[in-house]
Design a protein around this ligand. Structure first.
Ligand code: AMP
Ligand code: MG
Length: 282
């Protein structure tokens, strides 16, 4: 599968409208199942090496509008990997302690140490998305110079610097935007209302945010334009078809792990000889 067409590693000139919310090609269910299973095994194998080697961490950020399938994509892609080596963190509306700190503060303890895959279900990008759309920074109890009209633009700069800092510390970044259409979001919200097993997922706030759809599209486009880099690329994944979105996500994760080229640590010849010596003692 070619994932290059979803990758944005230079933000300049990026236009969200040029990316379809629906996959251009599709395949039969049997092929899909085989594809996902084969990728799942490969991800499992690579993660095992990443963990053993502990030279690099992988941070996978998922951002999307409500109903785009973040939870499902995380569940499918990471099913079967060793839970010891994977951490998932969901970022919600900040509490008062979090709001009293700089906006990257709450992210720090969730960053992956080398050897670990961390998955962010939403992230510090909310601080240039929902915070931009509703100008929430204006409500902060903070110096006036820290909540002027340049606040969001400055944050793009902080984020680029922060991601470079992470990269320089052995953390590979992967940012996935599940690109959903307004129509399909409507269908999924209706299903949340219709199906008792999905009722719990529905929140009144989701409808309110749906009313700001266009503002969010602008905020996403600006954020991606400002923060897509070679070292921390964005992937714009068509999300209107859930099974296909999961295939693409699993391929992106697999390819990113492959690029890190993890290997099981090899012991020195001398150490190997010593190990052989232990055979007689067992
Ligand atoms: P969910 O992921 O559907 O459980 O919803 C989490 C909610 O928290 C979303 O509406 C996000 O926009 C919101 N959220 C996450 N981070 C922030 C933030 N930094 N400021 C304000 N709202 C946020
Ligand atoms: Mg939600």
């Amino acid at each position: 599968m070619d994932i290059a067409k979803y990758k944005v590693s230079k933000g300049k000139g990026f236009s969200l409208k040029e990316y379809s919310t629906f996959p251009t090609s599709q395949c039969k269910k049997k092929e899909r199942v085989q594809f996902l299973e084969s990728n799942r095994l490969e991800i499992q194998n690579l993660q095992s090496k990443l963990y053993a080697e502990s030279k690099a961490g992988l941070l996978i950020i998922f951002q999307a509008m409500d109903g785009a399938g973040k939870d499902g994509a995380i569940k499918y892609v990471m099913s079967g990997v060793n839970p010891q080596g994977v951490r998932v963190h969901s970022f919600k509306v900040p509490n008062s302690t979090e709001l009293a700190h700089d906006y990257l503060w709450r992210v720090q303890p969730c960053l992956p140490e080398r050897g670990i895959i961390a998955i962010f279900n939403r992230s510090y990008y909310e601080d240039v998305l929902v915070v931009k759309v509703h100008e929430l920074y204006k409500n902060l109890n903070i110096l006036d110079r820290c909540k002027d009209s340049d606040t969001i633009t400055k944050r793009y700069g902080h984020i680029c610097n922060f991601e470079q800092y992470l990269y320089d510390n052995g953390i590979q970044l992967l940012k996935i935007f599940l690109n959903l259409s307004y129509e399909e979001q409507g269908n999924r919200f209706l299903r949340r209302l219709d199906r008792p097993d999905k009722n719990w997922k529905f929140s009144e706030g989701d409808i309110k945010e749906r009313g700001y759809w266009n503002d969010y599209q602008v905020a996403y486009e600006k954020a991606i334009t400002a923060t897509a880099t070679e070292i921390a690329p964005w992937y714009i994944v068509p999300a209107d078809n859930k099974p296909y979105a999961r295939m693409i996500v699993s391929e992106i994760v697999k390819k990113s792990l492959e690029a890190l080229n993890p290997e099981y640590p090899r012991v020195s010849d001398e150490h190997a000889k010593r190990l052989m010596g232990y055979r007689d003692k067992i």
